[in-house]
Write a protein that binds this ligand. Structure first.
Ligand SMILES: NC(=O)c1ccc[n+]([C@@H]2O[C@H](COP(=O)([O-])OP(=O)(O)OC[C@H]3O[C@@H](n4cnc5c(N)ncnc54)[C@H](O)[C@@H]3O)[C@@H](O)[C@H]2O)c1
Length: 355
């Protein structure tokens, strides 16, 4: 990252967003971007991503795309929030612990300056302990602190529950069947993937898992999961669950995908928009991740802000299934892709942007 080049204020370059801040951390000098897409329904909410980018322009593009998606996610999840996102652009190597702490404080400073218009949470590269630090330095504007610190903790169980609700509803809609005997492949044996795999196996599905990290194989097998060394996307499956990072589905993998339903929590599942057309032509139903992955944020908001108990919160997460059914109905009735249908369903509930 060239630190001698000034970072421009891109606010005027993106009229769709309410506010975009691009700055450098005062302690670390690292580029930080916060995008507020909408505060129409309530303060913008979205995770804090800490990762390396080839250029600050790519970090900026990511924060704009992700904050826009958060507006749609909140609308579909019925949450009283608009979409926002924070991105910290770090070097492609591990940060020293003192630098990392300084970076989290830099992020907290930026959030504190936004007067509560943006609330953050964990995302790639950040976790509950970081949220505790931000919470303490930015007027409490962070979700998912550890439970020991008064927060709702790890969002993964809520996310996994939402994925299962989405999958169950989509399965009923597309195949008119339940989980027993279903052949499911889960790509990514991380925090969410392993929970989804356990729940589906407990419901009688035949689950096979894979991960780029072969070191996870003993843990998967200890939990009774079958391990695939090959790419699951080419396996004979009913359902594919993308639970890793990055664009699993390219035009090529979409052409060779043998599952007829794809639903999972991973962000950026489709390498580009054309992939969805290929999936649709092949009769493969794709449930947009903007709804399939909403369980974690529903859990955090319901527990920490709306003061709902676990049962009421779980009911709100399970309602993801109703939204998935609605999206699939709209796609079928209007002959659109499922992401177009998701946008249409979100627009039914989205509030106008407040300025
Ligand atoms: N954790 C949450 O609450 C949450 C919420 C919303 C969305 N998501 C998204 O869901 C996905 C999974 O989240 P997580 O918290 O389980 O992440 P994680 O980092 O715990 O697990 C991801 C796993 O995917 C594996 N992986 C990476 N690239 C892979 C590849 N090409 N093929 C196979 N495996 C690969 C990693 O080795 C890792 O084990 C991510 O895309 C995340 O952004 C998570």
């Amino acid at each position: 990252m060239d630190r001698t080049r000034p970072l421009i204020d891109p606010e005027l370059l993106d009229p769709e967003h309410e506010e975009v801040r691009l700055t450098r951390g005062t302690r670390t000098g690292l580029p930080l971007a916060i995008a507020i897409h909408s505060t129409g329904p309530g303060p913008a909410i979205g995770g804090c991503r800490i990762r390396a980018y080839p250029s600050w322009q790519e970090g900026l593009a990511d924060v704009l795309r992700l904050s826009r998606a958060m507006t749609q996610k909140c609308a579909l999840a019925g949450l009283p929030h608009g979409g926002g996102k924070a991105v910290a652009m770090v070097p492609d190597r591990a940060l020293a612990p003192s630098t990392r702490r300084a970076l989290i404080l830099d992020i907290a400073d930026c959030i504190a300056q936004l007067d509560g218009r943006y609330l953050t949470g964990p995302d790639l590269g950040s976790g509950p302990d970081d949220m505790a630090l931000i919470h303490d330095h930015a007027h409490g504007w962070a979700f998912c602190r550890p439970e020991s610190h008064g927060g709702s903790g790890d969002s993964s169980p809520g996310t996994a529950r939402g994925v299962v609700a989405a999958l169950t509803a989509a399965l009923a809609h597309t195949h008119g069947r339940g989980l027993a005997g279903l052949r499911v492949g889960v790509v990514g044996f991380g925090r969410v993937g392993r929970l989804v795999a356990s729940t589906l196996a407990a419901a009688g599905a035949r689950v096979i898992v894979s991960d780029v990290d072969d070191g996870l194989r003993p843990e998967a097998e200890r939990r009774g999961r079958a391990w695939a060394s090959t790419e699951l996307v080419h396996e004979e499956l009913d359902v594919l669950v993308p639970a890793a990072t990055g664009g699993l589905l390219t035009a090529a993998t979409a052409r060779s995908c043998r599952a007829t339903l794809v639903v999972g929590p991973a962000n950026n599942q489709l390498a580009d928009e054309g992939v969805e057309v290929v999936l649709r032509e092949r009769g493969i139903v794709w449930v947009p991740d903007v709804i399939a992955s909403a369980g974690g944020i529903i859990h955090a908001v319901c527990r920490e802000e709306l003061d709902l108990d676990e049962a009421a919160t779980n009911a709100r997460i399970d309602a993801i299934g109703d939204q998935v059914s609605r999206i699939l109905e709209v796609a079928r009735d209007q002959g659109t892709t499922t992401s177009q249908a998701a946008r249409a369903v979100a627009a039914e509930t989205e509030q106008p942007v407040s300025r």
